[in-house]
Ligand binder design. Structure first.
Ligand code: AP5
Length: 214
């Protein structure tokens, strides 16, 4: 099953994607994480991507598609995958369909996490990542253990003006994917992402029917 997770920046895609990945035992392919690794490792893709990411703009499709193709065709993803942060616009969604059809696969369902802009700003303002494990915390809503606090990092694009711009990019370029997927008959599940992490998790599992598998 290929499941696409949609939602504004800070809606909880990474948090819920990680929980669902463990629940379903399929990998989570998160283009933002792949890009941040590429930036850290100083690869060609990372160098090109970083200026777009820091500005809250989308990275060019050709860079993204190459990374996603590799990830989706890796042996790990043979049994399915959760796509977090991809596709991000209609042209990426079309390219994904073509890639999957070539491999005799398709997108099985889409989950949209709905969260209001003021909640997003609060969530991203308190988000911190552990560079050693990649685990994401929130200073208030998902507090880190005391022993890791000193090494936590804040993402450069989690500054308020950039968050507002990312929200705008989401509304213009990514939100139309709901219509796109409904238009081609893929089930789209809208989930209220404003509750606690556990409450949203239960709702996502229920909406996708994933409870039967875990
Ligand atoms: P990406 O990394 O994908 O960022 P994003 O979509 O902006 O989403 P975030 O990672 O900010 O938020 P999230 O929804 O995962 O929330 P999280 O679970 O962390 O992309 C970054 C950049 O890379 C893009 O701007 C672009 O430049 C580039 N890029 C990536 N993919 C691309 C693509 N396909 N094409 C082109 N460019 C691309 O949660 C946020 C915080 O809230 C955390 O602290 C968490 O602990 C907390 N939290 C989560 N859920 C809850 C809850 N229910 N209650 C309380 N707190 C919660």
């Amino acid at each position: 099953m290929i499941l696409v997770l949609l939602g504004a920046p800070g809606a909880g895609k990474g948090t819920q994607g990680a929980l669902l990945s463990a629940h379903l035992d399929v990998p989570r392919i998160a283009t933002g994480d792949i890009l941040r690794d590429a930036v850290r490792n100083g690869t060609e893709a990372g160098t090109e991507a970083s200026r777009y990411m820091d500005a809250g703009e989308l990275v060019p499709d050709d860079v993204i598609l190459k990374l996603v193709r590799e990830a989706l065709r890796s042996p790990d993803a043979e049994g399915g995958a959760i796509l977090d942060g991809f596709p991000r616009n209609v042209s990426q969604a079309r390219a994904l369909s073509e890639l999957l059809v070539a491999d005799d696969r398709r997108v099985g369902s889409v989950v949209v996490l709905d969260v209001a802009a003021d909640v997003v700003v609060r969530r991203l303002g308190g988000r911190r990542t552990d560079p050693e494990t990649g685990k994401v915390y929130h200073l208030e809503f998902d507090p880190p253990p005391a022993e890791v606090k000193a090494r936590l990092e804040r993402r450069p694009d989690d500054e308020e003006a950039t968050i507002r711009h990312r929200l705008d990019v989401y509304a213009r370029q990514t939100a139309p994917l709901v219509d796109f997927y409904e238009g081609i008959g893929v089930p789209v599940h809208r989930v209220d992402g404003a509750g606690s992490i556990e409450k949203v998790r239960e709702e996502v599992v229920r909406a996708t029917g994933a409870g039967a598998q875990g």
